[in-house]
Ligand binder design. Structure first.
Ligand code: FES
Ligand SMILES: [Fe+2]
Length: 460
C-alpha cells in the first residue's frame, strides 16, 4: 500500500506527507523546511564489524576523530578571558580557552615539556595562565610559553618552539567547534546548508536550559542511529505517528528529518500490521489529548480547526510567556515538530521550540561497546538578554534512568525507550551470523550517508 515506486528509494508511506501537512498548517513554515532533498544511496548491508571491531574503532580514532569537526562546548561556557573548557574525545583531549573578549583558541591538552595533561576533568574551569602540575611550565591564554623554571638548563628551547600545540577552533550557532587536523576544511564549508537554514532559527540566540550526559551500552554509531529515524516509533514508543516522517540528505555532512507531531494518518499505518492506532482512527480531539504532555490549556479542538493549529497556538502563548519571548509569528512546524539536523559525524541540532535539543554521541574512551550521549535543551533567549551561565551536566550511568532527571519531564520516559534497546543491539551485532545490518532505502538513508562519509575519512 505504498505510493508509486518504480526505483529503489522512491516508495513512501501512504497518507499525508510532511509537505502536505506543512502546506495546510495555520502558520507557514520558513523556506528551508519546505525543501526536500533525498537521494538513493544504495541498499547493500553495512558490516556489523563497524560497530564491534577494535581495529575499526582504532582506525576511527586516528582518521575520524583526529580529523573531523566536532562541537566541544557552548560559547557561554567560557564568557570571560581565562575561562576554559576541557573536551575529551577518545584518547585526545583539547583545552578551549577564551583568550580575548572576542577570541577563542584551542590547544592540545598536553605539556610541551614531558607531555603531562595540563588540565584535568572534562568541563569548565578558569585559569588566567595555564600551568603544568609537574614542573610548573606555564603559558598565557594565547598559548605562549611564559615561564620555564630553571631556564638555564634548556638553551635548546626557543622563543616560540614550545608554545602550546594549537588546535583549529571556530564557532557557529553559539557552539565552539574544534578540529585536530591542521589541514581541515574550514568549518563554514563543512556546515554546508546549516548556516543558511539556521538563519531562520538562530541557535546563538538560545540558552542551555538543561544538559544531561549519559553512558549508553552501545558503540557510538549504534547509539546515534537510534535517533536518526522515526521507523522505530511504533514498536519502541507505541506512538501513533512517524510513518510519514520526511528524510533529507543535503550533502556528505548534513542530513535532516522532519517528524510531524499532533497529526496522524490512519492510511500511513496500513503497512504496520496489528497497529492499534489504525482502527478506529484518532479524532482531532484525541490527537490534542495526546499532546497534553506539553501542558496545553486548550482541551477541545473547535470545529474547522486541527489539533496541530490549536496546540501550536497554545504553545506560542504558554512558552512565549514562560520564556519572555515573542513567538507570535513562529510557524506551526517550529512550534510542534521534531526537526532534527545531523552534522557528520555525531552532532544533532533541533531548530524547534517545543522540541529544542542538541545531541552529541562519542566513544566512551577506548570502549567500543559504550558511548557518551550529551543531550542539551536549548531554549530561546529573550531579545537583548545575555546568555546565563549554563547548568552543570547531570551525569547518568548506564544503569540509571532518565526519569532521575526531573527537569526532563515527559521526555524522560521517551529517552529511556530510545536507549532501552541499545544493549540488546550491541550484543546482537556481536552474535550475528549475518555479516551486516540491512537498512530501509528511505527512512534509514541518513544512517547510510554517515557510513559513506565515514568511509571517505577512513581511506588511505
Ligand atoms: S611535564 Fe609539564 S612541566 Fe614538566
Ligand atoms: Fe525515538
Amino acid at each position: 500500500m505504498t505510493k508509486e515506486n518504480s526505483q529503489p528509494g522512491e516508495a513512501r508511506a501512504s497518507g499525508a506527507s510532511v509537505a502536505d501537512t506543512l502546506a495546510t498548517d495555520s502558520r507557514g513554515a520558513p523556506p528551508p523546511l519546505l525543501q526536500q532533498q533525498y537521494q538513493f544511496l544504495g541498499d547493500s548491508d553495512i558490516p556489523c564489524s563497524r560497530y564491534t571491531s577494535q581495529a575499526f574503532a582504532d582506525l576511527e580514532t586516528e582518521r575520524l576523530w583526529g580529523r573531523c569537526w566536532q562541537w566541544a562546548c557552548r560559547e557561554e561556557h567560557i564568557p570571560d578571558v581565562g575561562d576554559n573548557y576541557v573536551y575529551n574525545i577518545g584518547p585526545y583531549s583539547v583545552i578551549v580557552v577564551r583568550s580575548a573578549q572576542d577570541g577563542i583558541r584551542a590547544f592540545v591538552n598536553s605539556c610541551t615539556h614531558r607531555g603531562t595533561r595540563l588540565l584535568g576533568a572534562e568541563g569548565v574551569g578558569f585559569s588566567p595562565r595555564i600551568t603544568c602540575p609537574f614542573h610548573g611550565w606555564s603559558w598565557s591564554v594565547e598559548g605562549r610559553l611564559e615561564s620555564l623554571p630553571a631556564r638555564w638548563d634548556f638553551p635548546h628551547v626557543g622563543d616560540d618552539s614550545h608554545d602550546l600545540q594549537a588546535v583549529k577552533c571556530e564557532t557557529w550557532g553559539g557552539f565552539v567547534f574544534i578540529n585536530l587536523d591542521p589541514d581541515a576544511l574550514p568549518l563554514a564549508e563543512y556546515l554546508d546548508v546549516m548556516p543558511q537554514h539556521f538563519q531562520h532559527y538562530p541557535l546563538e540566540r538560545r540558552r542551555v536550559r538543561l544538559h544531561v550526559q549519559k553512558i549508553l551500552p552501545a558503540n557510538w554509531k549504534a547509539a546515534q542511529e537510534a535517533f536518526m529515524e522515526a521507523y522505530h516509533n511504533f514498536e519502541t514508543h507505541d506512538a501513533p505517528n512517524g510513518a510519514n516522517a520526511q528524510y533529507d540528505i543535503f550533502g556528505s555532512y548534513v542530513s535532516r528529518f522532519i517528524h510531524n507531531i499532533g497529526n496522524y494518518s490512519a492510511e500511513s499505518l496500513a503497512d504496520y500490521p496489528g497497529n492499534k492506532w489504525r482502527d478506529p482512527p484518532l479524532t482531532e480531539n484525541q490527537l490534542l489529548q495526546s499532546l497534553s504532555v506539553f501542558g496545553l490549556e486548550q482541551e477541545e479542538v473547535p470545529a474547522g480547526e486541527t489539533a496541530r493549529s490549536v496546540a501550536a497556538e497554545d504553545l506560542r502563548r504558554l512558552i512565549g510567556k514562560a520564556l519572555g519571548v515573542d513567538l507570535s509569528s513562529v510557524s506551526d512546524t517550529l512550534m510542534l515538530d521534531s526537526i532534527e539536523y545531523h552534522l557528520f559525524p555525531n552532532m544533532f541540532f533541533f531548530p524547534g521550540i517545543t522540541v529544542p535539543m542538541a545531541y552529541r554521541f562519542r566513544p566512551n574512551g577506548d570502549d567500543i561497546d559504550s558511548s557518551i550521549f550529551d543531550l542539551m535543551v536549548l531554549e530561546p533567549l529573550p531579545e537583548g538578554a545575555e546568555h546565563p551561565e549554563p547548568p552543570e551536566p547531570f551525569k547518568l550511568s548506564v544503569e540509571q534512568s532518565y526519569t532521575e532527571v526531573e527537569a526532563l519531564s515527559w521526555l524522560a520516559p521517551v529517552y529511556d525507550e530510545d536507549t532501552g534497546n541499545l544493549d540488546l543491539q550491541q550484543q546482537g551485532l556481536k552474535a550475528s551470523r549475518k555479516p551486516g545490518i540491512t537498512l530501509g532505502n528511505y527512512q534509514e538513508a541518513r544512517i547510510r550517508r554517515v557510513h559513506l562519509t565515514l568511509d571517505e575519512f577512513l581511506k588511505e
